[in-house]
Design a protein around this ligand. Structure first.
Ligand code: IPD
Length: 264
C-alpha cells in the first residue's frame, strides 16, 4: 500500500505535470528569466512550484520546504525538497525529456520520493525500506554483469560552472575509455530514475543541487543501487557531486573518478 505522504507527493507531481503538458503547446510564448549564466527559470517552473507547494500544504501546512525557485521556507523536522521542472532547458527547447522531482525528508534523511515524467507518463516512486517502483511495478538497478565494460552511463557537463570543465574532461576521458558509451539527456532526476529502472548502468555529475537529486537518490538506493559523491560520502544532497550505480559498476567507477577529479 502506498504511504499517505507519498500519495500527496504523487498528486502534487501529477498536477505539475498537467501544467507542463498544457504549456508545452506554446513554449515560444513562455516568459523566461535568466537566473545566472546558462541558468534559466520560466513561468512554467514557477507555476508548477506554486501548484506543488499548494497541494502539499493542504495536507501538511506546518512542513518546511526547500524549492528550486522559492528557496527555503518554514522550519520543521519534515522538509519537502522540490524541483518543479527538472530539465528546464530541455523543456524550453521543446525536447520532451523533463520531470517533476519531489522528496520528503524527516530529520535530514529522505523518506519518500517521486520523480514523474509527464511525457512518457512514467511515475518513479520510493519510500524508505519499501523498494522502488515504476508505475507501481517494482524496479531494480541493472545486473551490470560485465561491470564497467559494457556499461552505458548517464552524465552531465558542468554547464554552469565552466571552471570545472578541465577536471570533468579528465574524468570523462578516463571513464569513457573503460565503458561502452555515455548519454547526456539533460534531466538529473530522470538520469537517476533510469539507473533505478536498470536502463542506465550508472550516472555521474558535478554541480548539482539538492532538489536535482534528493528524490532520485532514494529511488536508486531502494532499487538496490549505491549513491555517493566523488569523495565517497553518502550526503550527495549537500556535496554537489554524485555517482549512482549498481555496486558492480560503482566500485571501479568511483576509483576512476576519484583518481582523476582532483589531480591530473
Ligand atoms: C538541471 C538538469 C540537468 C543537470 C543540472 C540540473 P534544472 O536541472 O537536471 O540535467 O545537468 O545539474 O540543475 O536546472 O533544469 O532544474
Amino acid at each position: 500500500m502506498t504511504h499517505p505522504v507519498l500519495n500527496v507527493a504523487i498528486e502534487a507531481a501529477y498536477a505539475a505535470g498537467k501544467i507542463m503538458r498544457r504549456q508545452m503547446q506554446h513554449v515560444d510564448a513562455i516568459p523566461v528569466e535568466r537566473k545566472a549564466r546558462h541558468d534559466y527559470v520560466s513561468e512554467v517552473d514557477k507555476a508548477c512550484e506554486e501548484e506543488i507547494v499548494r497541494e502539499i500544504k493542504r495536507f501538511y501546512p506546518d512542513h518546511a520546504f526547500l524549492c528550486e525557485e522559492g528557496g527555503k521556507t518554514g522550519d520543521d523536522e519534515h522538509v519537502w525538497i522540490i524541483d518543479p521542472l527538472d530539465g528546464t532547458s530541455n523543456y524550453l527547447h521543446g525536447i520532451p525529456h523533463f520531470a517533476v522531482s519531489i522528496a520528503q525528508q524527516f530529520r535530514g534523511k529522505t523518506v519518500h520520493a517521486v520523480v514523474y515524467d509527464p511525457i512518457r507518463e512514467e511515475l518513479f516512486t520510493a519510500s524508505k525500506g519499501s523498494g522502488a517502483f515504476l508505475n507501481n511495478k517494482r524496479v531494480r538497478v541493472s545486473p551490470a554483469k560485465n561491470g564497467l565494460e559494457g556499461a552505458i552511463l548517464a552524465t552531465a557537463f558542468p554547464f554552469r560552472d565552466r571552471s570545472k570543465l578541465q577536471a570533468y574532461a579528465r574524468v570523462f576521458q578516463s571513464v569513457f575509455a573503460k565503458i561502452e558509451d555515455i548519454r547526456r539527456a539533460g534531466t538529473a532526476s530522470l538520469d537517476l530514475a533510469w539507473v533505478a529502472a536498470g536502463r542506465m548502468d550508472g550516472y555521474f555529475e558535478v554541480g548539482i543541487k539538492p532538489w536535482d537529486v534528493a528524490a532520485g537518490a532514494l529511488i536508486v538506493r531502494e532499487a538496490g543501487g549505491v549513491v555517493m559523491d566523488f569523495d565517497g560520502n553518502d550526503t550527495v544532497e549537500e556535496s554537489g557531486s554524485i555517482i549512482a550505480a549498481p555496486y558492480k559498476v560503482m566500485t571501479p567507477l568511483r576509483q576512476l573518478i576519484g583518481a582523476k577529479w582532483k589531480t591530473p
